[in-house]
Design a protein around this ligand. Structure first.
Ligand SMILES: [Zn+2]
Length: 75
């Protein structure tokens, strides 16, 4: 299996459900641990990269958001 490349703003659907009932997460931090924000309740969690790769079900299309300040394709 290929390693998965994550970028800030990527949206992921995980096999693991957040207690609020949502499966969809947005990548908000990169590093040895991946920071994820629940798309429903907005709560942030940190998961080891290997854990995220194991739990990922699919990558979702990115949505442009007005509050998104980070844009790798600009500047
Ligand atoms: Zn949640």
């Amino acid at each position: 299996m290929e390693p998965i490349q994550f970028e800030l703003g990527d949206r992921l659907r995980l096999r693991k459900q957040h207690p609020c009932g949502c499966f969809d997460w947005e990548v908000v931090r990169l590093g040895a641990d991946i920071g994820l924000r629940c798309e429903k309740c907005g709560r942030r969690i940190l998961l080891p990269r290997s854990e995220v790769e194991r739990r990922i079900k699919q990558k979702l299309p990115r949505l442009p958001k007005p509050e998104d300040e980070y844009d790798p394709y600009e500047s």
